[in-house]
Design a binder for this molecule. Sequence first.
Ligand code: AZC
Length: 828
Amino acid sequence: MATKKMNKKTESVAVPSVTCAEMQQGIIDRLHKGLATDKNKANNKAWWNATCLAVNELVFEKLTKTHHNHAGKDTRAVNYLSLEFLMGRLLSNNLQNLQVFKVTEEALKGLGKDLYELCDEEPDMALGNGGLGRLAACFIDSLATLGYPAIGYGIHYEHGLFKQEFQDGRQIERPDTWREYGNPWEICRPESIQLIPLYGYVETLYDPTEGAKKIWHAGQKLKGVPWDIPIVGYGAKTVNILRLWESRASEAFDWDVFNAGGYVDSQAEKSRAETVSKVLYPNDSTDAGKELRLIQQYFFCACSVKDILRRFKRANSDWNELPKKVAIQLNDTHPTMAIPELMRILIDLEGLDWDFAWDICQKTFAYTNHTLLPEALEKWSVGLFEKVLPRHLEIIYEINAQFLKNVVEKKWPGDDQKKAKLSIIEESDNRMVRMANLCVITAYKVNGVAAVHSELVKTDLFPEFHELFPTKLVNVTNGVTPRRWLKTCNPGLATLLDETIGDDWVLNLDKLKGILPKATDSKFQQRFMDIKKQNKVEMAKIIKETTGVEVSVDAIFDVQIKRLHEYKRQQLNLIHILTLYKRLLENPDYDMVPRVFLFGAKAAPGYHMAKEIIFALNKIADKVNNDTRIKDKLKVVFLPNYRVSLAEKMFPAADISEQISTAGLEASGTGNMKFSLNGALTVGTMDGANIEMAEEIGEQHMFIFGLSVDEVKDLKTKGYKPYDYYYNNPELKSVLDWLDSDFFTPGHPGLLSDIKRSLLEWGDEYLCLADYASYLEAHQKIDALYRDQAAWAEKAILNAGAMGKFNSDRSIEDYASKIWKLKKFPIA
Ligand code: AZC
């Protein structure tokens, strides 16, 4: 397809624009020549595929240019290692970033096709669990948009995050087969395959001059096959790649065994090897604790490190240059194995001495912590390590010994307690390798993801490390890409912004401030609210189609979408719903603005309480939605299979954003930002990025409630007694007792009792009962404000207009200046 150089409208951005006729021709060509079909035979899937392939022609040209640009200048690049990239769909996003959305829409219309319908054909790339994976996806969008040389490294999972269905209200997990019909966005790169050793033993050879030399005799080898997904920056000046590794057996099957008649055995190794990239572990925050998971992590780190060194060696022969050309960001502890792997390669294979190799590592790695939850801090048993990665265990022991001797002993001579606390090895009956300690000891910078979280990392999580390395721990507040989370997902609001403040807010989100003076302008308010209404109409259709429930768009759409976890407190939302329901049953004229409570959340398959909360919400929904006595004042909908593409429809339709974690436990949150950006008001605790949002928006324009981080700590120290709240608040008591009855599960009393038990007998770890009264008050204020639509609109506009800071471009600029020292290299 021919491309033109410049877009007339925004001359600062070189846009590969195409005419409508060229785009039509491109799509028809791909139908014919790429898919061997034609426009009369093709179904929507084929049309979608052909459109992607036509778009790829624009993308590949820029990809090649970017590659030459970076390789030619031997630029410093950041390598973002993440076990998760929650990408969602790419067609609409790529069209927006290439700035050819409108022309493609027009082209398809001319061919009798609707672009939005075709976009809906695309399966989500669900290669992540939640916040951490979606953040990685936003970051690579920003890196490309800003013109930074960067590669994302991850795993090419055969199955992404499980598909969630409900059976009688209970979550059922089904495999996600996102590549069933192929993936038009990915390019296989067999020329960059890596071989990865595993198991076996270590031999020590003594050389009189060079000393001991270690040779790892691997027991098995895996083949890592790279798949590249082009990442198009907005304006298409830079197209970076996301490189995902697929595991295969090092030989397709064993010929000798095959020839000897062992057909089945020869296939066994193949399928064992393929298991490594078969599934994404569906655990959010908790450790899977399996041999396969360790192998998965090592496989992906080893492939990535080897690939990084291969690229480095193309233009460099001096190892001193490595930290100058290469920054490796570890997205949580999942990619920690990259550290001992780089040490191993430098020492065992490249012949560097220990000190030189260690110096390089300490200048190359940086680590991001995403959670304080103790259960999420990864540990592996020494025994498992010894079996799977014997040489790496030796290296870790040596790093640890030197650290304890040279750093800890010097600072705190003779203090064995300090040593025990900071050691990479946890001494217990089952000795464990603590991955976070290895990361903090090695990395030149460690960051938390919101101001309060980063402080807690210093004071509560790693206080001794902070004392040892006072400049190492820093903050980079998270952000989200406004391309996907506003421009693409909310075209109505995007158009209003274009008309009001100009269309470059997409690249400079601080420009949103330009709408603040309009917050009291009744015409602007009207347009803003009309757009929200329209988005709610679209959402109501989806709700009807997926669940059969009818909801009124005049009701407040009150939305909680995120992974299901007790610390995120969907159960607090649940008891609020029960409170309202009870009030309505007791008084059918109870005066409240109708509410639609919307939920979307997947629970880790082994997380009992999380699954109970889903079940309870579904059972409550059944009852509430069919209860004619309450005159449609209350609806509860739990949408199945929450995912990025569904989120894109829910954020723009929300009036209320529920960000109600126990203070101190949500590292940052990023959904909170997406809601506000799309004009929802937040009901939230002073936790994570909510705190910084309140600074930007003004606390008076949010519904802040609950205990603060310090009050939570105080209460826990004093001894928290949930029964006190239960006995002192009759309404709370009656709502919790309701859960023991069979009201929501006719004929089966007690099915929802675990929720009550967790809040009373089991200690209410997340302090729901302590925050209940204040949560109810916040919701009263919401109800009151919504009655005054102008006042509501004003606040919604003030929220959206204050979101400039929470933009992943700003986060990436912070990383680039504080941590990576990275320079931009956009295509000239
Ligand atoms: C999440 C945090 O829970 C969330 O608060 C944060 O916004 C997000 O990372 C991005 O930083 N963490 C995870 O998804 N997973 C783990 C293991 O922390």
